[in-house]
Design a protein around this ligand. Structure first.
Ligand code: HEC
Ligand code: HEC
Length: 512
């Protein structure tokens, strides 16, 4: 009898030990990572990289720190923005260092613990290895790991952040990558209206959404399968060939049959992640459904599901399209987009930002005609600012074009070498953002995002060459990364600026 009790106690004790281990190894700390009850088991190897609060914090700091890129200007967060479902807002292609463009559309980051491969072509099999690719890619961060580690070791904050996360100050590739993974693994998106409906949390889908769900199951779920809305396979969905050829999966495995095939993407948060497809060719879900309904292109690579019974594409009436879109919208997870703990502002360590004045040189145009051009350009700039702030998108596009053309009249041959090199570099930046403002005709937010960067470059020109004979003022708001030039010393209180309530405004004067 006594023995039995002992045995039972021993067994219980053993179970407790086992259970507590599983909690640590399996990351059952609900605050960091929890499996939503409507999701399958994740595939990530948590056992070799258990999440800890400190590890996630380190990963988040690295994710938002531009120190990882060669010229300290681009962070993971530049191309993966929370407000855009961790893809890049409004961009078909993203710009990395020196404003070079990526060849593919940045991917949204969420539910990575369930993915079996990473990238549009699935070229990387382990999340822990993924970060190496953007870091070393010349059009993304253009850096190498040895340099990154060196910069981190010499920084003020990182040795102690690594110590908190991994027990010693040692900074190595493995720890660096594991920390980044830890943060990215916490990005679970499972709180959309659809999820709450599936988990019966008192939320109902309306008639249209339910009809859309049924249609989706019949017409889309063979590829966009299950609760993750992908079967993680690689397929060709009949997009018209792009101007610049992208062979997709073939680039990874050289299999002829995998040419032009791309990963079936998940479909959560589409309301935030436009544009769509591997090259960001579609701006709207209507365009996506029009593609499936009538524009699927036949080729030897086209998925058999999209050419059944000799018919190309998926038959969809306009009513069915509307219903499917209504359903897709129930997959938007507003909670995920706004969750404070994913944001840069929740960081415990403030990432030092380069001061814009560090990049201002003392240079001269040495030419009256140039002074005149600069002052004329400034007028276009100020009008452009008004249009951006009033959300007059078409007018802003016209003015951005005028500004770029006006500045381009500066005759570089008449500048000394230092001035020429600097002018060209800054001008390129301005032309780049002006282009986006021109293209972004219908997207006020997109224009707004690019105007801040354009203003920073206008400031660089004005402060370096001092062409104006009146003082100018540069306002910088840390909150929205927005900045602008003005000839008013109290512009923060004018009717055009006031409604924006920019926080933490910093003002600098550029004296003639
Ligand atoms: C210049 C823009 C840019 C930067 C900077 C960038 N990414 Fe990306 N990211 C992309 C693009 C583009 C893709 C798609 C790549 C492809 O398919 O070739 C991508 C894909 C990914 C994926 C794959 C997601 C999936 O579902 O398969 C992960 C993970 C990722 N990035 C993480 C990171 C991390 C971590 C960093 C910082 C170290 C980073 N990215 C920096 C643009 C960027
Ligand atoms: C034969 C498989 C297949 C079927 C069926 C299918 N898709 Fe896709 N879908 C894909 C693939 C593959 C991609 C990525 C293609 C690319 O970028 O080259 C994709 C991309 C998308 C995207 C873009 C997502 C993003 O983040 O860029 C949306 C939206 C989408 N599909 C919706 C649907 C809807 C709605 C249906 C049903 C009407 C559907 N798909 C049916 C395979 C499929």
């Amino acid at each position: 009898m006594k023995n039995k009790i002992y045995l039972t106690l021993l067994l219980l004790f053993g179970l407790m030990v086992l259970f507590s281990f599983k909690r640590v190894k399996g990351n059952e700390d609900e605050n960091l990572f929890a499996i939503p009850s409507n999701f399958p088991k994740p595939t990530y190897h948590f056992k070799s990289n258990p999440l800890t609060t400190e590890g996630v914090e380190l990963g988040k700091t690295l994710f938002y720190d531009a120190i990882i890129s060669s010229d300290n200007t681009v962070s993971c967060g530049s191309c993966h923005q929370q407000s855009a479902g961790f893809t890049q807002h409004g961009h078909a292609f993203s710009h990395g260092v020196n404003d070079l463009l990526t060849k593919r559309n940045s991917m949204p980051l969420y539910n990575l613990a369930w993915s079996t491969s990473f990238g549009w072509d699935g070229g990387v099999h382990d999340l822990d290895l993924f970060a190496i690719s953007p870091i070393t890619n010349p059009v993304e961060m253009n850096e190498n790991m040895a340099n990154v580690l060196d910069k981190l070791r010499k920084s003020q904050n990182y040795p102690s952040l690594f110590k908190n996360a991994f027990g010693s100050e040692e900074i190595n590739t493995e720890r660096f990558l594991k920390a980044l993974s830890q943060f990215m693994l916490t990005m679970v998106s499972a709180n959309s209206k659809y999820d709450q409906y599936m988990r019966m949390e008192g939320v109902e889908l309306d008639e249209k959404e339910l009809a859309g769900l049924e249609l989706f199951k019949q017409k889309c779920a063979s590829c966009h399968a299950g609760e993750l809305f992908t079967d993680y396979s690689f397929r060709n969905n009949g997009l018209e060939p792009a101007k610049v050829e992208d062979l997709g999966r073939f680039e990874v495995n050289q299999q002829e049959s995998d040419k032009h095939k791309f990963k079936v993407p998940s479909l959560r948060n589409l309301g935030y992640t436009a544009p769509y497809m591997h090259d960001g060719r579609f701006e709207t879900l209507e365009q996506v459904l029009d593609h499936y309904a009538g524009k699927v292109v036949k080729s030897e690579y086209l998925d058999p599901i999209l050419q059944q019974n000799g018919k190309l594409g998926i038959s969809l009436s306009s009513d069915e399209k509307v219903k499917i879109i209504a359903f897709l919208k129930t997959l938007d997870d507003d909670y995920f987009i706004k969750k404070e703990s994913f944001s840069e502002s929740s960081l415990k360590t403030v990432i030092p930002k380069k001061d814009i004045l560090d990049d201002v040189k003392k240079l001269s145009f040495g030419n009256e005609k140039h002074q005149l051009i600069m002052n004329e350009s400034l007028v276009f700039y100020l009008k452009l600012k008004d249009a951006i702030l009033k959300k007059e998108t078409n007018k802003a596009a016209v003015l951005a074009n005028k500004l770029a053309l006006s500045l381009d009249r500066i005759d570089r041959k008449n500048l000394d070498i230092a001035s020429r090199v600097y002018f060209d570099k800054v001008y390129q930046g301005i032309a780049f953002d002006a282009d986006h403002i021109i293209e972004g005709k219908a997207l006020a937010q997109h224009q707004f995002d690019h105007f801040g960067e354009l203003s920073a470059n206008m400031f660089r020109l004005m402060a370096s060459f001092k062409p104006s004979d009146k003082p100018l003022f540069y306002y910088e708001s840390s909150e929205k990364k927005f900045s602008w030039l003005s000839n008013l010393s109290n512009e923060e209180s004018t009717s055009i600026i006031k409604p924006y309530q920019f926080k933490d405004l910093k003002k600098r004067a550029i004296q003639p």
